[in-house]
Design a protein around this ligand. Structure first.
Ligand code: FMN
Length: 187
């Protein structure tokens, strides 16, 4: 059959669709972001790419802080809704009945209903055309205790994280291997 060639684009899936919170406890916003990822492990550095027309863009640019809140099947509706409505004129926390939780290092709130909230401080920003990439150092990871097992590990299978692929939201399928399984010696 072979492959069909398309013009250059951004077909790179699956990726996360996260809820990014910005602003302060009093004046805060939530925005859905799929253009996000890890840049460096040590020190931990991540990025989000945001269009300047977003309300969140101005809050992040002003405060140089944001929180990445991971999304779950339960949060799928809010994930889509916060990605099609602007916080310029409405309170997304109130509309989606989400709870603000005080972060440890940044002024913006975390989303209590999210299993993991990553506190970020912007260290660099660069406009590439349509989007500005905010590169940020990770100040803290806040994980919901209900997913921490007796050994102190985070049980990622319990919280039903979702991903985003070519316009669709997906739950995770079954685990098919573990890091290094391809070279592990059979007992
Ligand atoms: C699944 C999904 C992913 C999105 N990813 C991004 C993104 O990476 N960058 C961006 O600028 N907008 C993205 N958007 C659009 C914004 O979330 C949307 O314009 C939102 O209304 C902006 O909110 P705000 O104006 O309150 O900041 C995405 C929307 C959806 C539904």
């Amino acid at each position: 059959m072979g492959k069909v060639m398309w013009k250059p684009g951004t077909f790179l899936y699956p990726i996360p669709a996260v809820l990014v919170t910005s602003g302060t406890m009093e004046k805060s916003n939530i925005m859905t972001v799929a253009w996000t990822g890890i840049i460096n492990t040590n020190p931990p550095i991540v990025y989000i790419s945001v269009r300047p027309e977003r309300y969140s863009y101005h809050l992040i640019k002003e405060n140089k802080e944001f929180v990445i809140n991971l999304t779950t099947e339960k949060l799928a509706f809010a994930t889509d809704w916060c990605g099609v409505k602007s916080g310029a004129k409405l309170d997304k926390f109130k509309e989606m009945k989400l709870t603000k939780e005080k972060a440890n290092f940044v002024k913006c709130p975390m989303i209590k209903e999210s299993p993991v909230s990553v506190e970020c401080r912007v260290i660099e920003e660069k406009n590439y055309g349509s989007h500005t990439q905010f590169v940020a150092e990770v100040l803290a990871i806040n994980a919901d205790k209900q997913y921490i097992n007796e050994k102190g590990g985070f049980d990622i299978t319990k919280c039903n994280l979702i991903s985003y692929s070519n316009g669709g939201y997906f739950t995770q399928g079954k685990k098919i291997g573990r890091f290094g399984f391809s070279v592990k010696k059979k007992k």
